[in-house]
Design a protein around this ligand. Structure first.
Ligand SMILES: [Fe+2]
Length: 177
């Protein structure tokens, strides 16, 4: 019998946790060489792809004043984002919604949350996180770092009218890469 049974940990190939994605987003948002490499356009959002940790999908995004994503989710991906410049507002839902089988869904009155994330702050989220992110400023550009794992298989886009969420569109990677 061999006595050379390995007891050390295997090479790290584990999928990144949401906390690790957040650590990456915060670290990258604090790196001026990366943040300053993003071209900014006063007319619309700009983005460049980054190498996320552990095979994750990561993006650096520029937000002119008043721009936002609209309501969407990230399907079965977890993720995180951090603000590098300016300030972003996130509106989110505290509940995970069924990913299929509905087109209109009436939300309960207590599921909305709002966060305001200034430079150097961020947040992680789990699967089926539904949110919208926007730059509420009327004068200042915002820049942020986002990471998702697994890489986004799809994004579901919703419209919102009061308490009613309506599925409008399903985007695939070919739509944003
Ligand atoms: Fe998102």
């Amino acid at each position: 019998m061999s006595a050379s049974v390995s007891t050390h940990a295997p090479a790290r190939t584990a999928a990144p946790t949401a906390a690790e994605l957040l650590a990456f987003a915060l670290r990258t948002a604090a790196d001026p060489d990366v943040v300053d490499s993003l071209p900014l356009d006063p007319e619309g959002r700009t983005w460049i792809r980054l190498d996320g940790p552990g095979g994750s999908e990561a993006w650096l995004i520029g937000w002119p004043p008043g721009t936002g994503t609209g309501w969407h989710d990230h399907a079965e991906s977890r993720g995180a984002f951090a603000t590098a410049r300016g300030r972003l507002t996130e509106h989110s839902l505290t509940v995970r919604l069924p990913s299929e089988g509905w087109r209109n869904l009436e939300l309960a009155p207590d599921v909305d949350r709002t966060r305001s994330l200034g430079a150097g702050t961020g947040r992680a989220f789990g699967e089926h996180h539904v949110h919208e992110v926007l730059n509420p400023s009327d004068s200042e550009h915002a820049i942020s770092v986002h990471a998702y794992y697994p890489p986004l298989p799809l994004i579901r886009r919703y419209s919102r009218s009061g308490a009613v969420l309506r599925l409008e569109q399903v985007e695939r990677p070919a739509d944003w890469q």
